[in-house]
Design a protein around this ligand. Structure first.
Ligand SMILES: CC/C=C\C[C@@H](/C=C/C=C\C/C=C\C/C=C\C/C=C\CCC(=O)O)OO
Ligand SMILES: [Fe+2]
Length: 665
């Protein structure tokens, strides 16, 4: 018995309130009581009321709530219920029941109090029963589907409309996304009209469409894209810093033609000096090129060799556009000393190839699709009261919807890849399949990946430096939360939901990825922390590193052509006509500009890394861990700002204030 003050907190997004009435129960260890209220929750409001309860409820464990509609169902977004307990001769006690979900229909929803997982063994099985019922319902809502064979599984949803309401964009996000889509459609139409009667036979003609959404750096790209140091810089700190690696030997595919022995000597000297680097696009070899409006497109599988200069500049030394083969046992090598248009076209082929592997491997597969596997497995295996659910859920916001939209608009039949990209038309799916077969756990963990690629400690590798710093900061945050909940390794080993989550990711979502280093169980807190750190890093920092740069590096189309309309050159005699016949046409270039702007622009409702408002945990312990996380991020922010001040090209993509807390675009 005692007096209770109850606070009902409603979400702040549009339509979060409800005209339906809400009924509440307090459920204690010894009894439960219906509060007899009929509340109409209002958007953004916290509504308090007090009740005297005659029964002895015992320690509160749940709040149950139900929305009652007379005529019209009106969904309600409940943030949380907070209860203050006034008991005789005891100071007031605050108990929080997190929700952060839509309440639809008229079913009863059970909200465990925030520390339930820690006391689950003393609750006469009440929490266990709740967890089982919750996961049963979630497994019905969140199903797996194989969208295309040979790539990670996705959420079962033909379009975003099929997703559960809790996975959908909130109104503000949806309106913004649709508005910019309309802007994009309009922009493409206007550019087509504007260029209908104009020429398209010089590189400067791309200026005719170089308006609309673009950044200051995009304007710099337009001026500097032909420069070799600007070209090389992008493999270190551009939109795709994932392919560059330090050479440990001359690649076997690099067949040196007779008469170019001095090139071989230069390469070997740079190798000996430890400053030879390479980017190998062999993954593209043999991929079927797209046919766009009846016009066959073309693909290459380049190898690029670069040298790291003492001043930190990375300069291209040689480009081989195709693998040696029976029809071309000694493919031509293109050099900086070649005629300028020849060398420019060879570099354009490298950047077109980089566009393919960036968008499909680094961006879609290694961030979006990985995050989707984490999201579906989390919803299917971890109950809301589980500490790893609480840790991860803020980093999974909106991901299922943006990925579903990508599958229906970008990489679908007739989508933008089919309309304007030379791996479109089905080749893009083969690239995804090949990339999936070489997707290792190590490649998703920067300390391992950058060590394997020889990029640790390289002064001008700003992505590498910032990625390792962020990994360490996120790792400390994860360890802080894990150590509050798993007091020893045995607790990890004996947590059935956690072990099921691990298996569901590796064996189901990633289609038996244990052969590529992914775990099928966690044997220690360290193993758990490493994996969860990888999840959060992938969903936040890594996506920021490979998504934001689309606006900067892809809107000046010649810097990263989305398609190539003629075969790669086999001689050094390249004319401007050949270059312009190869580069994307007006329509393809307009699509590239618009999509790059749409996907790379700053999201208006973005939540910066570590600054989500939802409070899934309560108490001083978790709050101190989150505070430390935010402090560490702020320290890194200041470090990066200070470093960037001395740079001609500041590296901004891993500035914590620019990293979104989840993959939403
Ligand atoms: C290869 C894709 C890489 C990563 C996925 C990407 C997510 C994209 C998700 C949705 C984008 C879908 C469509 C774009 C929407 C509008 C574009 C604007 C205008 C297009 C004109 C038109 O609609 O005809 O990560 O960011
Ligand atoms: Fe993205």
């Amino acid at each position: 018995m005692g007096r209770y003050r109850v606070r009902v907190a409603t979400g702040n997004s549009a339509f979060s309130g409800s005209n339906n009435q809400v009924q509440l129960w307090l459920v204690g260890l010894r009894a439960e009581v219906e509060l007899g209220l009929r509340l109409r929750p209002a958007r953004g409001q916290m509504e308090d009321f007090e009740v005297d309860v005659s029964e002895d409820l015992g320690p509160l464990q749940f709040v149950k709530l139900r929305k009652i509609h007379l005529l019209i169902k009106d969904a309600w977004f409940c943030n949380h219920i907070t209860v203050w307990v006034f008991e005789q001769s005891m100071e007031e006690k605050e108990i929080v029941f997190p929700c952060y979900r839509w309440v639809e229909g008229d079913g009863i929803i059970c909200l465990p109090e925030t520390t339930a997982w820690m006391i689950r063994n003393e609750s006469q099985g009440l929490f266990q029963k709740h967890q089982e019922e919750e996961l049963k319902a979630r497994r019905t809502l969140y199903g797996w589907v194989s969208w295309k064979k040979g790539i990670p599984l996705s959420v079962a949803a033909a379009s975003e409309k099929d997703l559960p309401l809790d996975a959908r964009f909130h109104e503000e996000k949806k309106v913004d996304f649709e508005r910019t889509r309309v802007v994009g459609v309009t922009e493409i139409a206007l550019k087509r009209l504007y260029t209908l009667l104009s020429s398209w036979n010089s590189l400067e003609d791309f200026d005719q469409i170089f308006w609309g959404g673009k950044s200051a750096l995009a304007k710099r790209v337009r001026l500097s894209w032909k420069d070799d140091d600007f070209f090389g810089y992008q493999f270190l700190n551009g939109v795709n810093p994932t392919l560059l690696r330090k050479s440990s030997s001359l690649p076997t595919r690099l067949v040196i033609p007779p008469g170019t022995e001095d090139l071989k000597a230069q390469l070997e000297r740079k190798l000996q000096e430890g400053c030879l680097f390479e980017v190998d696009f062999s993954l593209l070899a043999g991929i079927q090129a797209n046919v766009i409006q009846g016009e066959r497109q073309h693909l290459a599988a380049p190898l690029l060799m670069l040298k790291m200069e003492p001043d930190g500049k990375l300069l291209p030394m040689v480009i081989q556009l195709q693998l040696p083969g029976s029809d071309s046992p000694v493919p031509p090598l293109f050099l900086p000393s070649d005629p300028s248009l020849t060398w420019l076209l060879a570099k354009a082929w490298v950047k077109n190839s980089d566009f393919q592997l960036h968008e499909l491997q680094a961006h879609l597969l290694k961030t979006h699709l990985m995050a989707e596997v984490f999201a579906v497995a989390t919803m299917r295996c971890l109950p809301g009261m589980h500490p790893i659910f609480k840790l991860l859920i803020p980093h999974l916001r909106y991901t299922l919807e943006i990925n579903t939209r990508a599958r229906t608009k970008l990489i679908s039949n007739g989508g933008f890849f089919d309309q304007a990209v030379n791996t479109g038309g089905g080749g893009h799916l083969d690239v995804l399949r090949r990339a999936t077969t070489c997707l290792t756990y190590r490649s998703l963990c920067p300390p391992d990946d950058l060590a394997d690629r020889g990029l640790l400690g390289v002064p001008s590798a700003f992505y590498a430096h910032d990625a390792v710093r962020l990994w360490d900061i996120i790792s400390r945050y994860v360890q802080g939360i894990v150590q509050l909940h798993y007091l020893e390794d045995e607790v990890v080993r004996s947590d059935p939901e956690l072990q099921a989550w691990c298996r569901e990711i590796t064996e189901i979502g990633l289609c038996k990825a244990q052969e590529r280093g992914f775990p099928v169980s966690f044997q220690s807190r360290d193993e758990l922390c490493h994996f969860v750190t990888m999840c959060i890093f992938t969903c936040t920092a890594q996506h920021s590193a490979v998504n934001q740069g689309q606006l900067d590096w892809y809107t000046w189309v010649p810097n990263a052509p989305c398609t190539m309309r003629q075969p790669p050159p086999t001689t050094k005699d390249v004319t401007l006509e050949m270059v312009m016949a190869t580069m994307p046409n007006v329509h393809q270039a307009c699509i590239q500009m618009t999509i790059s702007w749409h996907l790379g622009r700053f999201q208006p409702d973005m939540v910066p890394l570590g600054h989500h408002k939802e409070q899934y945990f309560s108490g001083p312990g978790p709050q101190a861990v989150l505070n430390r996380f935010q402090e560490d991020l702020y320290t890194l922010e200041r470090e990066i700002v200070a470093r960037n001040e001395s740079l001609d090209l500041p590296y901004e993509y891993l500035k914590p204030s620019r990293i979104e807390n989840s993959i939403t675009i």
